[in-house]
Write a protein that binds this ligand. Structure first.
Ligand code: PLP
Ligand code: COI
Length: 354
């Protein structure tokens, strides 16, 4: 396949919705910008990407996305600094990961040049949609799904790759209280847990609803085999601090290889924090809470950034986390957001200027 890109076709919106947006009160992911990038896969190759006015799409009811769930997505953010420069954070990691996810779902890979050129063309058009307020950014949602028709349970022959954007504030609005889940599983060995497949999230909704009804915000998944070890949360990887050691579960084919997670591991090591990447038994966390050595738990992800967990529930009992003045969560949040918003040196080369 010839993946050399000539140009991204641009069709500008005639009007803008931007005046209706209160940039000081942004929720997460509920307002979309004026344009989107669209690229179709037909006859065995990707067509030229287009940036067009944001609009609904029409699909045949037999499109395979509706029946067999062939769909994967990414989550990334664009940040604006005080000089109005726009920055992305490790965008090629997202580009690579969507193709890792696609491969597992038998979706054709999307060429790097199409992804980066389509994304940059879109963002250049949407620059004034990128919030400058602290804690806000432009959430970017690349996704690809099967548009090919027919009820035969086999991969589609046609796909659509879209990038849409939403100016966004924090993912969680209040305290984050999690429930350690032992009945349901998010993923299994040999499954699709490592992929950002839409179905992974659909499968979490019902157990999460049950947890929400009990007063929790999120579920912490345990391994499907024994339910003895902590894996990750529904939309973020998990870090646990016992005494002064920061622990996170190893990546596996059941856990998403989070870009925030791997960046925080680097930053924590640079701060001289002892980081352990190993299995974490729920029993160990409960015991640490009971003997006062459990200092912190936090989630890490693009949408969640670093979200401190204030309490966890396990077997009908709640365990509170202490409120620390100098938490690792606050330190690492400052380190990573300072890089993302171009407030600090970027010695790892993670920032990408638009
Ligand atoms: N785990 C899950 C299930 C997620 O949906 C996300 C969000 O993308 C993460 C972890 C964190 O990944 P990242 O830091 O790459 O956003
Ligand atoms: C992200 O953090 O970008 C994600 O994709 C998580 C999503 C469930 C909001």
């Amino acid at each position: 396949m010839d993946t050399s890109l000539k140009n991204v076709i641009v069709e500008k919106a005639k009007t803008s919705k931007i005046d209706q947006v209160d940039f000081n009160n942004l929720s997460f992911g509920s307002i979309v910008t004026d344009h989107m990038m669209v690229c179709d896969y037909k006859n065995g190759s990707w067509e030229t990407p287009k940036v067009v006015p944001y609009q609904p799409i029409t699909l045949d009811p037999s499109s395979k996305i509706f029946h067999y769930g062939q769909s994967v997505f990414e989550g990334m953010k664009a940040y604006k600094d005080t000089d109005n420069n726009v920055w992305l954070f490790r965008p090629l990691e997202n580009q690579k990961r969507i193709n890792i996810s696609s491969k597992r779902l038998a979706i054709p890979e999307f060429p790097e040049e199409y992804f980066m050129e389509g994304l940059k063309t879109l963002l250049k058009l949407e620059q004034q949609w990128i919030p400058q307020t602290e804690g806000s950014s432009l959430y970017i949602r690349p996704f690809v799904f099967a548009t090919g028709k027919g009820f035969h349970a086999s991969p589609a022959d046609e796909y659509k790759f879209i990038i849409a954007c939403a100016p966004s504030g924090p993912y969680f609005s209040g305290k984050v209280k999690v429930l350690i889940e032992e009945t349901y599983s998010r993923s299994a060995n040999g499954g699709v847990g490592f992929a950002k497949a839409g179905g992974n999230y659909a499968g979490q909704f019902y157990p999460t609803q049950l947890a929400v009804a009990k007063g929790y915000n999120q579920v912490i998944w345990t391994d499907d085999n024994t339910h003895e070890y902590i894996e990750e949360a529904g939309a973020m990887n998990i870090f646990i601090r016992i005494n002064d050691t920061l622990i996170t579960s190893p990546i596996s084919d059941r856990i998403l290889d989070g870009i925030t997670r791997k960046s925080l591991i680097e930053l924590a090591k640079e701060e001289g924090i002892n980081v352990e990447i190993r299995k974490i038994a729920v029993k160990e966390v409960v015991e640490a809470s009971e003997n006062g050595t459990l200092m912190e738990m936090f989630g890490a992800g693009t949408a969640a950034v670093i979200s401190p967990i204030t309490a966890f529930g396990y077997r009908e009992k709640d365990y509170e986390l202490p409120e620390l003045e100098n938490s690792y969560a606050a330190l690492l949040r400052k380190r990573i957001t300072d890089i993302q918003y171009n407030r600090a040196e970027d010695k790892f080369g993670w920032r990408y200027k638009l």
